[in-house]
Design a protein around this ligand. Structure first.
Ligand code: GDD
Ligand code: MN
Length: 374
C-alpha cells in the first residue's frame, strides 16, 4: 500500500470518485462499502451520476448519503449517456484528483490509492486501469464481445496518437486541470469518455496504465446494446469533422441519406411492380421514407431521448409535417438557384442542404423536445 498519510489534512476532498449509474441499485451499497475501506485515511467524496434509473438507484444513494455526506448524487432527468454523465460528475467537484469507476464492481477499486499516489509523485496527467497490459484480464467476456472490443480499440487508436493499450477503459484517475483545459471541446457522445479526453486534450497526455482484472458482473445487466457501436462511430466522426457540426446533425444526415434508398425501393415496387401512377408511387415512397427515417432517428440519433408509446405517434406526425415543409423548401431553393445559375448539381445540393438543415432544426425542437427539467 502506498503511503497516503500526508494527504489527510487537506480541506477539500483530495480525490473525487465519479460513479455513473443506470439500474445499479444492488451494486451501490457494496461499492460504497468497498470504496470506504480502500480510501480510508484520505479526504474523499463519491459522486454518483444517475440517469433517473427506474430501479430506484438514486433513492438508494440518498439513503446512504444520509449516513455519510461524502456520498453525493447528481440525478439527471430525461437524459441518458455514460460519457456525459462522467463529464457532469467530474465537473461537480473541486477535488484536484478525479477518478471515474463503473458502479457494477467490474473495475478493481483497490487500484485507486495507487493511482492517486502515482499522480501525486510522478509527472503524470492520468492513470488508467487497463485490461490489456501485462497482468490485466478481460474476464469472462464471450468471444463476440471480446472481438468487438478489439476492433473498436483499433479504430480508436487511429484517432489518438497515444500508445494506449486499453483506450476503451472506463476506469481512470486524472488531474482536475486536464479536464478544465478541454471540457468545452469534449464530445460527450456515447461510452468512450477516455478516448474523448485523449482526442480532445490539446497536447499529448502523460499517462500510465496499471493492470487489473475485469471482473464478472454479479448483479444488474450491461447497458451495452446495439446503439453503443453506433454512438462510438458518431463520436469518432464528430472528432474528425470538428465541433462546428453537431454529432446529431451528422447522424440525422446519414439516416436521411439512407432514406433515398428506401424511397427508390418503394417507388420501384409501386410504380414498376404494382403499376400505380408515378404520383401515387412517389407519394407513397416519400411517406415510407419519412417513416423509416423517423424510426431510425428515434432509435439512433435520439437514443438518449427516445420517444415511446403515444409520444411516438405525436413525434411521427410532427416529423412528417416538418419534413414535408422541408421538401418544399428543398425544391423551392433548388429551382430558384437553377433559374439564376442553371448549374443543376449545385442547385440540387443547395436544395438538399437547406431541406436537411430545416428538417433537423425543426424536428429537434418539435419532435424530440428536450424534457422541461433538463
Ligand atoms: N448515468 C449513466 N447513464 N450511467 C450509465 C449509463 C447511462 O446512460 N449507461 C451505463 N451506465 C453506467 C452503468 O450503470 C455502469 O456503472 C457503467 O456505466 C458501465 O456500464 P455497463 O453497462 O456495465 O458497461 P460495460 O460493462 O459493458 O462496459 C464497461 O467496459 C467498457 C470496456 O470496454 C465500462 O467500464 C465502460 O466504461 C468500458 O469502456
Ligand atoms: Mn459493466
Amino acid at each position: 500500500m502506498p503511503d497516503l498519510t500526508s494527504l489527510t489534512d487537506c480541506q477539500t476532498p483530495i480525490v473525487a470518485v465519479v460513479i455513473p449509474t443506470f439500474n445499479e441499485v444492488e451494486n451501490v451499497p457494496v461499492l460504497v462499502d468497498r470504496l470506504q475501506s480502500v480510501l480510508r485515511g484520505l479526504n474523499w467524496e463519491l459522486i454518483f451520476v444517475d440517469d433517473d434509473s427506474p430501479d430506484g438507484t438514486a433513492a438508494r444513494v440518498r439513503a446512504i448519503a444520509c449516513q455519510d455526506p461524502r456520498v453525493r448524487l447528481i440525478q439527471r432527468i430525461g437524459r441518458r449517456g455514460l460519457s456525459s454523465a462522467c463529464i457532469e460528475g467530474m465537473l461537480a467537484t473541486s477535488a484536484p484528483y478525479i477518478a471515474v469507476i463503473d458502479a457494477d464492481l467490474q473495475h478493481d477499486e483497490s487500484l485507486l490509492p495507487t493511482m492517486l499516489e502515482k499522480l501525486r509523485k510522478e509527472p503524470l496527467d492520468m492513470v488508467i486501469g487497463s485490461r490489456y497490459v501485462a497482468g490485466g484480464e478481460v474476464g469472462d467476456w464471450d468471444a463476440q464481445r471480446a472481438s468487438m472490443s478489439r476492433v473498436a480499440t483499433r479504430i480508436g487508436l487511429h484517432l489518438i496518437k497515444a500508445d494506449l493499450k486499453d483506450p476503451m477503459s472506463g476506469f481512470f484517475m486524472l488531474r482536475a486541470e486536464v479536464l478544465q483545459e478541454c471540457m468545452r471541446e469534449l464530445s460527450g457522445v456515447g461510452y468512450k469518455i477516455l478516448l474523448d479526453l485523449f482526442a480532445t486534450y490539446p497536447r499529448p497526455l502523460r499517462f500510465l496504465e496499471l493492470p487489473y482484472q475485469f471482473r464478472a458482473r454479479q448483479s444488474g445487466e450491461s447497458k451495452l446494446d446495439e446503439a453503443v457501436l453506433w454512438e462510438y462511430l458518431l463520436m469518432l466522426i464528430q472528432k474528425w469533422v470538428g465541433p462546428m457540426i453537431p454529432a446529431r446533425f451528422i447522424a440525422f444526415s446519414l439516416i436521411g441519406g439512407s432514406g433515398v434508398f428506401v424511397h427508390m425501393l418503394v417507388l420501384w415496387l409501386s410504380f414498376k411492380g404494382l403499376g400505380t401512377s408515378f404520383l401515387v408511387g412517389q407519394s407513397a415512397a416519400a411517406l415510407v421514407a419519412m417513416t423509416t427515417n423517423f424510426f431510425l432517428n428515434n432509435l439512433f440519433t435520439y437514443s438518449d431521448m427516445r420517444l415511446r408509446g403515444w409520444d411516438m405517434l405525436r413525434g411521427w406526425l410532427s416529423f412528417v409535417a416538418a419534413c414535408s415543409v422541408g421538401a418544399l423548401a428543398n425544391v423551392g431553393i433548388a429551382s430558384w438557384i437553377f433559374q439564376t445559375h442553371s448549374l443543376w448539381v449545385l442547385s440540387a445540393l443547395a436544395g438538399i442542404l437547406v431541406g436537411a438543415v430545416w428538417n433537423y432544426a425543426v424536428t429537434a425542437v418539435y419532435t424530440w423536445k428536450r424534457p422541461k427539467a433538463a
